[in-house]
Design a protein around this ligand. Structure first.
Ligand SMILES: Cc1cc2nc3c(=O)[nH]c(=O)nc-3n(C[C@H](O)[C@H](O)[C@H](O)COP(=O)(O)OP(=O)(O)OC[C@H]3O[C@@H](n4cnc5c(N)ncnc54)[C@H](O)[C@@H]3O)c2cc1C
Length: 321
């Protein structure tokens, strides 16, 4: 019996989100009196694999093959299903990112397992196995009972803290049958020199209140000094002021940074659905009745075009002290 966690890597390196997932898996294993087996797919060196032990993995199953250079949902699902059966996994934990969403649903069919998708904290109880997720665009929480023997859980990024342990994990090659990928990636164009929105600890975001794309310099300057990513509301990307990949919300990216600065954003429910899990929200708006202030930890009533440069200067001064 074990808790199986899929530890995704990017060019052979794990990110913080992976370690959060392993920390979460270790706590779930503790709750059900089990151990953690981590599955790593693709080429990752032993030192990097060893880091998974520091967050609570007991055993690491590595699967390497020429066919695993890029993600193919069906092939990856197949490997995880084989690992789950071999390890007698009761619970399988995956990140609630694009990979996780694609793989979890396939795994659930394959293993006849219920899915708890987009979880935000540890299971509320194990008897019955009850998980907690946000519903109605973040307006409410739902406790969902998963009744199947095997459960698949996807965890929202940045919703669980890293827990370091003294654990040492064993690393084994797992001889999975690896099928031919049906999806072939011909070309990858990576963003360079930019902090990815989904990885960012700090995000500076602008809405229609910024008035025009010409005013984005003040957002970028603050993001620069804070080493933050930039984001925007949907009308901003619809207007073509910013690229669509920056749009957050119900129909955009769902993020949970440590700090989200919302400038000239009204706080419509569809926007907040994508960012309300942020640890700290700072809102800047000229309208003191703007809905965004209901969600904000700190609110500044004022013109974003003046407040943002003042914040940038304050951060620069604080850094120079
Ligand atoms: C099905 C559906 C899905 C949607 N999905 C999304 C989504 O994923 N993401 C999303 O963002 N929206 C989404 N929307 C749109 C959403 O309902 C809102 O219309 C949108 O979020 C509003 O964007 P905004 O806050 O930038 O603009 P506005 O609502 O126009 O708000 C601008 C704000 O800026 C303030 N302001 C004006 N001037 C200044 C200034 N100088 N300084 C500071 N503040 C100023 C104003 O007081 C106002 O509060 C969706 C809508 C629907 C129907």
């Amino acid at each position: 019996m074990s808790v199986l966690v899929y530890t995704e890597n990017w060019d052979g390196k794990f990110k913080k989100a992976t370690f959060e997932l392993v920390s979460y898996a270790a706590k779930v294993a503790e709750m059900i009196g089990s151990t953690v087996s981590a599955v790593s797919i693709g080429k990752v060196d032993e030192t990097e694999l060893g880091k998974l032990g520091n967050y609570g993995a007991d055993k690491i199953l590595k699967v390497e093959s020429e066919n695993l250079k890029s993600l193919d949902n069906q092939v990856y699902t197949d490997i995880l299903a084989q690992a789950a059966v071999a390890e007698g996994a009761q619970v399988i934990i995956i990140s609630h990112n694009n990979t996780g969403k694609a793989v979890a649903s396939r795994l659930s069919v394959r293993l006849k397992a219920a899915v708890g998708a987009g979880l935000i904290k540890l299971p509320v109880s194990t008897e019955p196995f009850t998980v907690c997720k946000k519903v109605f665009s973040g307006k409410a929480f739902a406790n969902v009972v998963l009744k199947t023997d095997v459960k698949v859980l996807t965890l929202t990024q940045n919703s669980f803290e890293l827990v370091e342990t003294e654990n040492k994990a064993s690393v084994e090659s797992f001889a999975a049958e690896v099928g031919e990928p049906k999806t072939v990636v011909k070309d990858v164009q990576k963003q360079t020199g930019k902090i990815l929105l989904t990885d960012a600890e700090i995000v500076v975001s602008g809405g229609r209140g910024m008035k025009s794309s010409d005013n984005w310099g003040v957002i970028e300057e603050l993001a620069g000094v804070l080493e933050a990513a930039t984001a925007c509301s949907r009308p901003v990307s619809d207007e073509g002021w910013r690229p669509h990949e920056e749009h957050t919300g119900q129909t955009g990216k769902i993020i949970a940074p440590n700090l989200y600065i919302a400038a000239g954003i009204s706080g419509a429910i569809q926007h907040m659905a994508g960012i309300s899990s942020s640890k700290c929200i700072v809102a800047i708006n000229t309208d003191s009745d703007a809905p965004v202030f209901e969600y904000a930890d700190y609110g500044i009533v004022g013109d974003a075009l003046k407040v943002l440069p003042a914040l940038t200067n304050a951060v620069k001064e604080a850094k120079n002290k």
